[in-house]
Design a protein around this ligand. Structure first.
Ligand code: NAP
Length: 303
């Protein structure tokens, strides 16, 4: 297949590498030309365009059989989200609609679930998040579902949990730097997926996802923050992080969600098997990698 990975960053590059290994012809698109060598070394054809600018898309070499939209707004606010996710996706649909596209996969986020009661959420659960940025992701999904239903645009959606893997994982890195704090009583649930399992999920969706359908991309075990830190603490022989102050908790509280995201559909309908079914396998691999590279600097805090 001729494949285009739009937003070929941390997770996109892993998808590209795997597809190249499987014998596909893969192009990776970024907004800037920085990092082109990284794409070339991985066997991908580097492309540069800003998806918020239709005239730049028009210059790219269509057609593609499979397209994955993995752009990320790099944590911006509502304006960036509106531009990059909503308008960017609209531009991609318009650009690709006249082409013989077979599948389009968009990596949305589990942040579209606003549930804060610790309940299990599946793809049919309500998506009414409090945060303005997550509501823009819901709008982006709607655009793709409508395009699939009304124009037969072959799009499917993956709702992706927090991505971790080599060199990534926000709480883990904060913990290593002694900057982590346990929020509240530490009971808030974290939903995660290892980068390599996300890569498998994207490829499974390219092959087997049904247009207009949504699949959660998350591992088997949502974990309470305090249990995550306890496991790290025992594994690394390092103190638990301190609890956040009342003032810190008060500023963080608004819009925080708390839910168990189900991956049943990913496993049963896309047949995806996870290499790292829980954070324990995934972070064991990362800790080993860091240790073998001499990068695991544990600074034990005085108690
Ligand atoms: N990270 C998470 O925990 C998480 C959680 C849920 C969902 N997701 C979703 O998963 C996907 C992959 O995330 P990631 O962490 O791998 O992202 P990433 O490393 O930040 O990479 C994003 C890529 O998007 C490109 N990009 C940004 N704006 C663009 C634009 N206007 N036009 C063209 N390319 C643009 C960037 O190119 P430049 O580097 O050249 O700017 C970069 O290559 C994203 O869709 C993200 O929203 C991520």
């Amino acid at each position: 297949m001729r494949v285009l990975i739009v937003g070929c960053g941390y997770a996109g590059l892993a998808v590209g590498l795997e597809l190249v290994k499987q014998g596909h012809e893969v192009s990776g698109l970024r907004r800037s030309a920085i990092g082109q060598d990284e794409l070339k070394d991985a066997g991908l054809q580097p492309l540069v365009a800003d998806i918020t600018k239709p005239e730049q898309l028009a210059r790219l070499p269509v057609p593609f059989d499979w397209v994955v939209n993995m752009v990320s707004s790099s944590k911006g606010g509502s304006e960036e989200y509106r531009e990059v996710y909503l308008q960017g996706t609209r531009n991609l649909i318009e650009w690709l609609t006249p082409t013989p596209l077979r599948k389009f996969v968009y990596t949305s986020s589990t942040s579209v679930y606003g549930q804060s009661d610790g309940s299990v959420v599946k793809e049919s659960s309500p998506t009414t998040p409090e945060s303005a940025t997550s509501r823009l992701l819901v709008e982006t999904e709607k655009l793709l579902v409508d395009a699939a239903r009304t124009n037969k645009f072959p799009s499917a959606i993956l709702r992706v949990a927090g991505i971790y893997g080599p060199g990534r994982g926000h709480l883990f890195q904060q913990y290593l730097k002694n900057e982590a704090r346990i929020a509240g009583q530490g009971q808030r649930l974290i939903n995660m997926i290892h980068r390599d399992d996300l890569s498998s999920a994207v490829i499974a969706a390219l092959k087997d996802a049904r247009p207009g359908e949504v699949y959660n991309a998350v591992d088997d075990e949502p974990v309470a923050q305090i249990h995550f830190f306890r496991w790290l603490s025992e594994t690394l022989g390092k103190n638990m992080p301190p609890f956040a102050s009342e003032a810190e908790n008060a500023t963080r509280k608004r819009g925080l969600t708390n839910k168990k995201v189900s991956n049943r559909r990913l496993r049963t309908e896309l047949g995806c098997t996870l290499k790292y079914p829980t954070f324990r396998q995934g972070y064991t691999a990362e800790i080993l990698r860091l240790d073998q590279a001499g990068l695991l600097e544990i600074e034990l805090e005085p108690r």
